[in-house]
Write a protein of this length. Structure first.
Length: 99
């Protein structure tokens, strides 16, 4: 069974920001973050850091589409969003797979 929950979403015009979130993975179930991005201009960067291993996944000026980042079971992942004059939208959802 798959469960999809929206954590945050935003539409923006000339966005300049530095935001961060910390997501915790479930102890038993597999989870991942699903990011839907519409990029129409400007600069935006999504940086995911696994706080246990310091492994970094970065999407700099991503093309419009869907991106999936797996979460470590029981671990924490930090997301930093930086933007400068960005135009578009994003939504971040957490997908849980229960077997």
């Amino acid at each position: 069974m798959e469960k999809l929950r929206t954590l945050t979403s935003r539409k923006y015009y000339l966005l300049s920001c530095h935001r961060f979130f910390v997501f915790k993975g479930h102890k038993k179930y597999e989870q991942s973050l699903v990011i839907n991005v519409t990029n129409e201009g400007g600069e935006i960067c999504f940086t995911f850091t696994d706080l246990a291993t310091n492994k970094v996944i970065e999407f700099k000026d991503p093309k419009t589409g869907e991106y999936v980042v797996p979460l470590t079971k029981g671990g924490k992942t930090k997301l930093v969003i930086t933007a400068s004059h960005a135009i578009g939208s994003y939504s971040i959802k957490k997908k849980t797979i229960k077997e």
